[in-house]
Design a protein around this ligand. Structure first.
Ligand code: PLP
Length: 379
């Protein structure tokens, strides 16, 4: 019964035998820069490509500082650590996200508290956030205290799901009013803007990912973006083993981490970001074709939110019910079409099911009905 959709998907990609959900594309200077990097012998955590890639990301996102790290997950952890999140804290986030968001909160020692998502853009809902804050928190001397856990709600970590900006301005305002730090999981949203401002640049820190399935890749990698110089220095220090600069001595002034992106990965990243504009254009065109085809056959297509520019990392549709989602995924994958479910919501996973949360009715509904369709840069 989904045959016409499968046929449409096949026409969008060159190789119709197996169509992955999202594959990288290397059509620029990748091999030149990698060769250059190898010839230079600077293949590890010191090298010009790391600096150049950081500058390119800072410029593209309009951020004052960019710090390259080994991956997005550790980037999230370092961001939380650098703003002082610890075991005495709660961090508000969404349950409908990739597990890295919740894991990073756990690594910091804090407890995640799950707030429902918006049914239109799939990101953290400011309406649900406001309701939660009114119902379960009190301000004590500029500290937002969770009346249930007794802990300080120190940060809020929304995610721009599948590259669609969430209602980040309203979320930022609620955070400011309630003395909560805002960190954005912008792992999926490089190239996505809310009111012409890049996602990840609304709070203290934004975290990008360059995993192999993201809009651009460094193999593995991530980037911390911020306008706060002091925080930038702190994060750079933490991610480079907290080594005090010295020509020959090895002195470290705290327990740091070896999280700096290697120069080899950054060389790939620089070549990739040079192609970002063309990738985004092609992804937008693919999304337009999906939108036109799917809405004509009455299938709900998650679209670019108002006032926003999505990168259309993954194209998401909602089936009428869970049964149809399962049948669709079974049949698609049998035919080599790498359609995927959205993530199992965190509050339904064994590790996080004890965590505090609100109703999660949108997260559960989207999980039950949501499918991501193959979305690679094609043509
Ligand atoms: C990809 C991703 C990350 C980070 O993943 P890494 O593979 O560690 O770079 C974090 N959060 C979300 C929502 C992601 O999709």
């Amino acid at each position: 019964m989904f045959e016409d959709i499968f046929e449409f998907v096949r026409t969008q990609f060159r190789h119709a035998d197996f169509i992955p959900l999202h594959e990288p594309r290397f059509a620029g200077n990748e091999k030149n820069y990698l060769n250059d990097c190898i010839d230079s012998t600077y293949v590890s955590s010191i090298g010009e490509y790391v600096n150049l890639f950081e500058l390119a990301v800072a410029e593209f996102t309009g951020s004052q500082h960019a710090i390259a790290v080994v991956n997005g997950t550790q980037g999230l952890f370092v961001a939380l650590k650098a703003i002082g999140i610890d075991a005495g804290c709660d961090v508000l986030t969404q349950s409908l996200t990739f597990v890295a968001t919740a894991n990073a909160i756990h690594y910091s020692g804090a407890s995640p508290v799950f707030i429902d998502v918006d049914s239109k853009n799939l990101g953290l809902s400011p309406k649900a956030l406001k309701l939660f804050l009114q119902k379960h928190t009190e301000l004590h001397n500029d500290r937002c205290v969770n009346k249930i856990s007794g802990r300080k709600i120190a940060a809020c970590l929304p995610m721009h799901t599948c590259g669609h900006p969430c209602r980040i301005k309203e979320i930022a305002e609620l955070c400011t009013e309630n003395h909560i730090e805002l960190i954005e999981d912008a792992a999926e949203s490089l190239g996505s803007f809310y009111s012409n401002k890049h996602t990840g640049s609304f709070g203290k820190v934004g975290v990008l990912s360059f995993n192999g399935n993201k809009v651009i890749t460094t193999g593995g990698g991530g980037m911390l973006i911020t306008d706060d110089e002091e925080l930038a220095n702190k994060m750079r220090h933490l991610t480079t083993t907290a080594k005090v600069p010295h020509q020959w001595e090895f002195i470290h002034d705290q327990i740091g981490y070896n999280f700096r992106m290697p120069n080899l990965n950054a060389a790939l990243g620089l070549a990739q970001i040079e192609q970002l504009a063309s990738f985004l254009e092609k992804k937008r065109q693919l999304a337009e074709r999906y939108r036109e085809f799917l809405t004509a056959i009455q299938i709900t297509f998650i679209d670019e939110p108002p006032k926003c520019k999505s990168n259309f990392w993954l194209n998401t549709i909602l089936m009428p019910n869970e049964k149809q989602k399962t049948v669709f995924l079974e049949q698609a994958n049998q035919q080599g079409i790498g359609a995927r479910s959205l993530w199992h919501p965190m509050h339904l996973l064994a590790m996080y099911k004890h965590c505090q949360r609100d109703t999660q009715s949108n997260a559960e509904d989207i999980y039950r009905r949501g499918i991501n369709l193959p979305s690679s840069v094609n043509g």
